[in-house]
Design a protein around this ligand. Structure first.
Ligand code: IPE
Ligand code: IPE
Ligand code: MG
Length: 247
């Protein structure tokens, strides 16, 4: 079965999971962390190279202060508990997003965990935190503009590679598969550039209920897809030929 090299997940539905049980939203987030643990471990076991989890968006800063604070606390506790498991499984932690906005204590833990797992050779686990794709693109364009103003680049040097090299995702392959839980069929400002040719998979399952069996189902569906990258099915079956695209 062909596995995605890079799997990205929009982990949605924690609030509704809690509401269905008449619990506070934060208990939904807490249960969501359990799902993260199982899915990370299963992806690593399966040999997926890159896993990217949308954990907190740029727009999520607008949620009630209490919920934001609880999410930051949960993240800190997750990092504290998971370091040992990451080291055991060879997982390398990476972060995308405007982490300058994260509380200093959480930022310090993130940097420390990244440093300690830096040389590991297994799966790269990327957490999207304070992440918004438009924000990321604006920051990348600002960096291009600065390079242009400094005379390090000319307009003709600005191509797809030059922009991609300034995105937070530099060094990561584009996702092959995106899973979004909880039945919402939208991207919510996640990896707009990087998802250009990603296969999309939506499931009604709420994130806290998402188990390795749900992951297997999504991977099974992915394996049946024919990815054409703008070419014809016949061209793909004939084998690689020259084309206009970069794939
Ligand atoms: C996803 O669950 C987690 C975060 C966005 C941090 P939600 O909190 O969005 O849950 P719903 O969508 O309200 O059910
Ligand atoms: C997307 O979920 C962000 C994360 C899962 C972290 P949201 O719940 O914030 O997205 P919308 O508001 O439903 O689009
Ligand atoms: Mg949501």
């Amino acid at each position: 079965m062909s596995l995605p090299r890079h799997l990205a997940i929009i982990m949605d539905g924690n609030g509704r999971w809690a509401r269905q049980r008449a619990l506070p939203r934060i208990l939904g987030h807490r249960q969501g962390v359990e799902a993260v643990r199982d899915v990370v471990e299963e992806c690593s076991r399966l040999g997926i190279g890159w896993l990217t989890l949308y954990a907190f968006s740029h727009e999520n800063w607008g949620r009630p202060e209490e919920e934001v604070g609880a999410l930051m606390d949960l993240l800190a506790s997750y990092l504290g508990k998971e370091l040992e498991g990451m080291l055991r499984h060879g997982i390398r932690l990476n972060v995308i997003g405007d982490i300058a906005r994260m509380p200093a204590s959480v930022r310090a833990m993130l940097l420390d965990t990244m440093e300690r797992t830096r040389h590991q050779q297994g799966m790269v686990l990327t957490l999207a935190l304070s992440y918004g794709s438009r924000d990321e693109l604006v920051r990348a364009m600002r960096s291009l503009a600065a390079a242009l103003a400094a005379g390090e680049l000319t307009a003709a040097d600005i191509d797809e590679q030059a922009l991609a090299a300034r995105l937070d995702t530099v060094g990561l392959p584009d996702p092959d598969l995106l899973i979004r839980t909880s039945g919402e069929m939208r991207i919510s400002n996640f990896l707009l550039w990087q998802l250009a040719y990603t296969e999309l998979y939506f499931t009604e399952t709420l994130w806290p209920d998402f188990k390795p069996t749900h992951l297997h189902e999504a991977l099974h569906v992915f394996a049946q897809r024919e990815r054409r990258f703008g070419l014809t099915g016949e061209q793909l079956r004939e084998g690689p030929k020259q084309g206009g695209g970069s794939h």
